[in-house]
Design a protein around this ligand. Structure first.
Ligand SMILES: Nc1ncnc2c1ncn2[C@@H]1O[C@H](COP(=O)(O)OP(=O)(O)OP(=O)(O)O)[C@@H](O)[C@H]1O
Ligand SMILES: [Mg+2]
Length: 254
């Protein structure tokens, strides 16, 4: 093919491709901890501003999948592609993915001890690109505003989870990965965090949520995928999972 033909082909093909490409796309990823083959060919797409629940039994590979998507070194991605808004995350390390707008809130929340709530937020804004201003964060998280001068690790589990999400918004993120955000929290606090995730969705941020509390995760999700033994065993609407007793019995224990 000569240069002009190839340029013409690209010119006609690219608008179609751009329209068809999902905002976040995971294509047949395989990841290993050393010799242990854990993430075994996972694929799914998420549209911009959608919330997706990633569910499954203990040990199914949910955390490992999130870690792979956030491009942490372990587990190591050996095959497959991860695309965010047209950018190839699979070719990046975690710090580069972070600059592209990826934020993982791990199960342990990584709140920094010895610092106040506000200092935790300021620290999140140190690296470019910056997200929400501190005052805007406080408008959405009044509990954090009240506690801005409190040492962050002395807050309750629910308040610390709010801080973990707030810290994500202090950066300019495109996609948020939440690993078990409701773990150990009372229903009333779960509802507060749910309302925050809804607000995040309303401003166009895409969220993938891993939760044992599948009902709570599904009621704010558009889509759901269920993993078992490192593979996707179901993909559909959140509603379809809530309505399917077989899926619930077999994989979700709800
Ligand atoms: N660092 C590691 N090295 C080796 N194997 C690991 C490592 N971390 C996790 N695994 C294994 O990978 C598999 C999937 O674990 P993962 O933590 O991804 O599951 P999960 O779905 O998040 O489970 P849970 O619901 O219990 O959090 C498990 O068999 C686990 O033992
Ligand atoms: Mg896990």
């Amino acid at each position: 093919m000569n240069a002009s033909v190839s340029a013409a082909a690209t010119a006609t093909a690219s608008p179609v491709a751009a329209e068809a490409a999902p905002f976040f796309s995971v294509k047949d990823i395989h990841a290993y901890y050393g010799e242990s083959y854990i993430v075994q060919g996972v694929s799914f797409d998420v549209a911009k501003g959608e919330v997706l629940s990633l569910l499954g039994r203990n040990g199914a590979g949910k955390t490992s999948t999130l870690r792979t998507l956030a491009r942490l070194d372990q587990p190591a991605l050996k095959h497959g592609e991860i695309w965010l808004d047209g950018r190839p995350l699979h070719a990046m390390k975690a710090h580069q993915a972070a600059v592209e707008g990826v934020q993982l809130v791990p199960e342990d929340r990584r709140i920094i001890g010895g610092l106040t709530v506000e200092e935790n937020l300021i620290l999140a804004q140190v690296s470019e690109p910056r997200g929400w201003e501190i005052e805007r964060i406080y408008e959405h998280f009044p509990r954090l505003a009240e506690r801005r001068n409190q040492e962050a690790t002395t807050m309750s589990g629910g308040e610390q989870q709010m801080l973990a999400v707030a810290r994500a918004l202090a950066r300019d993120i495109k996609i948020l990965f939440l690993d078990e955000p409701y773990e150990g929290l009372a229903p009333v606090i779960v509802q507060e965090i749910e309302s925050i995730v809804r607000q995040i969705r309303d401003i166009g941020i895409t969220t993938v949520i891993v939760e044992q509390n599948a009902v709570a995760a599904l009621r704010l999700s558009d889509k759901a995928v269920i993993m078992d033994m490192g593979q996707i065993v179901y993909e559909g609407s959140a509603r379809s999972v809530l309505d399917d007793t077989r899926l619930r019995d077999e994989y979700l224990a709800i």
